[in-house]
Design a protein around this ligand. Structure first.
Ligand SMILES: [Zn+2]
Length: 459
């Protein structure tokens, strides 16, 4: 392929320029930039620092660090400088610079590539056609290297299957009187839960419907919505109320949470099993509807989340008891101040104690509200009202001061508490949250803000 007007005697030069990605006028031709070139130019250490990786050890070709995809204690994350391919020995996540940005920023391919292009000084041809081409090439490359990528919605069929299933569950809820009776018993009516696409998985008909929709046996088994124990396809969530879990990008159903509607059904909740397509620790329930109106309220249960939203609060539920760095990133995309509103029992208090450190490390400002024992956000707001709950939220306790209080109660002395807190704060990247937390410490511990800031620099 030659540029128009390419003279025969200049042919060699012209071809050379095109191969190298230059146009005849000497400017870089953006069409020739591919993901490999961008990745080769990424400064891996800066990238890791930007995403809060700590204990970064540069070993020449490879770099090790504390993994940001799980709650890591030893540096289990390893990344190769030349092509940014990474792998975590503990949580088994792998990918490259692009998947790292996609995962930790919760963005799609286009935004991740644009970000890396800016970081490396490339200008990107962001026409739809070029992006599709680049994405396809990149995905093939990842497939060849057997990369276990989470965000990558490679399997369009699985995505389609989940959406078809969610719509089916939704229409079944409108038909099933037991499921509706359960909702009413919980104080909800169908119009209340409309925005959350709640559904019901019946005992009969789901497998037949999915097969009628042309999904194969293998696809249905792979979707993990069915099991086969020797008697054909059995829906895993049969007889349960279904909460679809949406991804942070686009309105795609990535997984399901299924709740028992009678006492005989155990356990109370069954969730989609972890797979490359769905990892519980990478999602928050109700996140797709959360806004950036401060504060964002984090609750334990899906019903709590729905109730809070109906009552006008900005809330998400955490899908599991331990928050992950990825979930903290998601929270941070919406708000900096996060109010933990867990159940009033001891488990709720313990969960707050465990989750506050990871939130501080990820540049969030956690606050905590303790409900009376026996109460959860759903019951509290229903019986005590929005005003009472708002009062509690407005007077929420600072997360860091709660930690200091607990540590003090466990016999920790001021110096050891200070160093424990500084370790956490030093991991945060954002200066506002750092400033806020050092201010809190100076009010709680007998050290001046200057001393605390000086100590923080040493960590
Ligand atoms: Zn990991």
């Amino acid at each position: 392929m030659h540029n128009r007007g390419c003279k025969r005697n200049k042919r060699r030069k012209c071809c050379y320029r095109i191969r190298k990605g230059f146009r005849r006028d000497g400017f870089m031709s953006v069409r020739h930039i591919n993901t490999t070139e961008i990745k080769e130019k990424v400064d891996v250490v800066s990238l890791l620092k930007e995403y809060g990786f700590s204990q970064i050890e540069d070993n020449g070709e490879w770099i090790n660090a504390i993994c940001q995809f799980h709650d890591d204690t030893n540096p289990s994350f390893t990344i190769r400088k030349s092509d940014t391919k990474y792998h975590c020995w503990s949580c088994k996540v792998s990918g490259d610079a692009l998947t790292l940005v996609m995962e930790l920023d919760g963005v799609d391919f286009k935004s991740a590539l644009s970000k890396l292009a800016i970081m490396t000084g490339y200008s990107l041809d962001s026409t739809e056609q070029n992006l599709l081409y680049l994405r396809k090439r990149w995905m093939n490359e990842l497939k060849e290297s057997r990369t276990n990528v989470v965000t990558l919605i490679d399997d369009e069929r699985l995505l389609l299957l989940n959406n078809v299933a969610a719509n089916y569950f939704r229409t079944e809820l409108e038909k099933d009187l037991d499921a509706q009776a359960y909702l009413i018993h919980r104080g909800f009516v169908i119009p209340d839960v409309e925005d959350f696409h709640l559904g019901f998985c019946p005992y009969k008909g789901f497998a037949e419907y999915m097969q009628f929709m042309k999904f194969t046996y293998d696809e249905l088994i792979n979707s993990r919505l069915f099991g086969d124990y020797g008697y054909g396809l059995v829906p895993k969530f049969e007889g349960r109320l279904i909460f679809p879990i949406f991804g942070s990008v686009g309105k795609h159903v990535r997984g399901f949470s299924a709740r028992a509607i009678s006492e005989e059904q155990v356990p109370k909740y069954i969730n989609s099993t972890n797979s490359e397509f769905y990892k519980k620790g990478h999602f928050l329930y109700g996140f797709e509807q959360a806004t950036s109106k401060e504060p964002l309220i984090l609750v334990e249960g899906n019903f709590d989340c729905i109730r809070m939203r109906i009552k006008g609060f900005n809330a998400v539920a955490q899908l599991g008891s331990a928050l992950t760095p990825v979930q903290c990133k998601l929270l941070g995309q919406k708000c900096r101040t996060i109010v933990l509103l867990y159940d009033g029992d001891d488990a709720g208090k313990l969960m707050a104690f465990k989750n506050i450190p990871i939130m501080i490390e990820n540049s969030l400002i956690p606050k905590v509200v303790f409900l009376p024992r026996e109460e959860d956000p759903d019951t509290f707001v229903r019986y005590k009202g929005v005003k009472e709950l708002t009062k509690l939220i407005d007077n929420s306790e600072d997360g860091l001061s709660y930690l200091v209080y607990c540590e003090g109660g466990c016999g920790g002395d001021d110096v050891s508490i200070l160093s424990l807190c500084l370790k956490m704060i030093s991991k945060a990247k954002d200066s506002v949250s750092k400033e806020y937390h050092t201010g809190v410490l100076s009010r709680l511990l007998p050290f001046s803000p200057e001393i605390i800031k000086a100590e923080l620099k040493k960590v």
